[in-house]
Design a protein around this ligand. Sequence first.
Ligand code: FAD
Length: 503
Amino acid sequence: MQPTTSNRIRSVVIVGGGTAGWMTAAALGRVLGRDYADIRLIESDAIGTVGVGEATIPQINIFNRMLGIAEDDFVRRTKGSFKLGIEFVDWGALGTRYFHPFGHYGIDMEGVSFHSFWMRMAKSGAFADVEDFSLMARAARGGKFMRPIDAGNSPLSGIAYAFHFDAGLYAAYLREYAEAKGVSRTEGRINAVERDGESGNISHLLLESGERVDGELFIDCSGFGGLVIGKTLGVPYRDWSRWLPCDRAVAVPCERLADLPPYTRSTARTAGWQWRIPLQHRIGNGHVYASDYISDDEAAAQLLGSLDGEPLADPRFLKFTTGHRARFWERNCVSIGLSAGFLEPLESTSIWMIQTGIARLLSNFPDRRFAAAERDRYNRQMIEESEFIRDFLILHYHATRRGDSDFWNYCRTMAIPERLAEKLRIWRSTGRAFREHEELFNDTSWFAVMLGQGVEVERYDPLADILSYDELTARMEHIRQAMANSADYMPSHDRYIAENCAA
Ligand code: FAD
């Protein structure tokens, strides 16, 4: 007889059917399949979902590949568009802008980072526009898009992209996928979550209909309420609002733009910032703000006063606290999505947190003994992941010269976490930006935002002197030309969508 694990999990209950619930259902359906365990998702149409969360980062391509979904079909069905990065307006100072691109700038040479060479050149007054060296930034500026092609050393081989999509359509798309993989769905409100008197583990849910839903592993995807992890298991929430003081958002869709920009825009306002996410059928807009510094009415007025088209619905208000659960996984419950924590959407990282939560759950997948070692490792990894992202977000608020409101004065002068303070010290002394351990954002991202926010650099990296000035000038010009030629070659974003994945 073949050996099997006798304590294998046989039933998984997913609590909630927003983006987190359906991403989890799709992934578990794909990996575990029909025969390993019974997978059931409970959601309430009456409660609904948060309904925002429409911009992603390139890592979502890994998730899509894991599911094996056809990308054009996915973009068409979610009325999506492509994203090459984020344009930040008025962040470092009023009247400034920069682009945080996906992918890389230029190319490292002689083992020294391109950033170091660029900094040396910029200090001498040459090649001042760093966006000339990012294909993604150049293409975004020109409204261009295509997927990477096999073109040898050409920058066209390295196009990095993510998506914008309609959150409701994304959940519906994943639902269809998950159900085809054997996940069953129950519509209905959960009235109570019950625990086993002896073990303290979650034993079952009681639905409004009177139905009882038993399970061995519970995935809490119930949104901000944290029905299982918070309300039932009492895992406390760590509040990070002293560093990230925005605690509300107001969202409104408007008519689409004539030309579809292949990027997200984030415009800093007096007490927060405004997003613009272009989709095929509408633009998603929202104002993320700090309620200590601006009223709801004023925040909504700022938003409605700066839309690119006619609003298509009434503004919708959301409240949140930036932070995370002290433990993402407690007993036989793993929290994924907003129930586990929320880092505000400035760099579109929440869907990534769902994705990495699922991936880490699969690589630490428990059996019915729920060993503490796996749970502890998961919790450590998820907290570390959140802290790295937190620091990157704080950078945007803190590294500013804005002093035109109490909000910006607070952010500019607040005490920041030591790891971020160290990154700033190193940047200021030599212009070096780096990725720490396995953190999500790499040196390109740190470089783009440090530079874009206008953080001063005293001296350039001494290793950038490894090439003579003339040699470096020639190479830089060559790279710049290659980027320009590649961007010229690309079709417009609109044309690319029309030819491949129009809704
Ligand atoms: P929800 O969407 O709230 O889903 C919760 C589910 O649980 C629902 O199905 C609900 O019906 C169900 N439920 C709850 N209680 C019960 C009950 N008692 N009985 C039955 N069912 C129940 N992320 C990004 O990656 N990019 C972005 O650009 C981005 N922008 C954002 C902007 C804002 C303003 C906010 C607030 C978030 C943003 N996010 C973004 C985060 C993103 O929206 C979420 O990570 C994502 O939508 C996942 O939400 P969720 O599934 O955890 O929760």
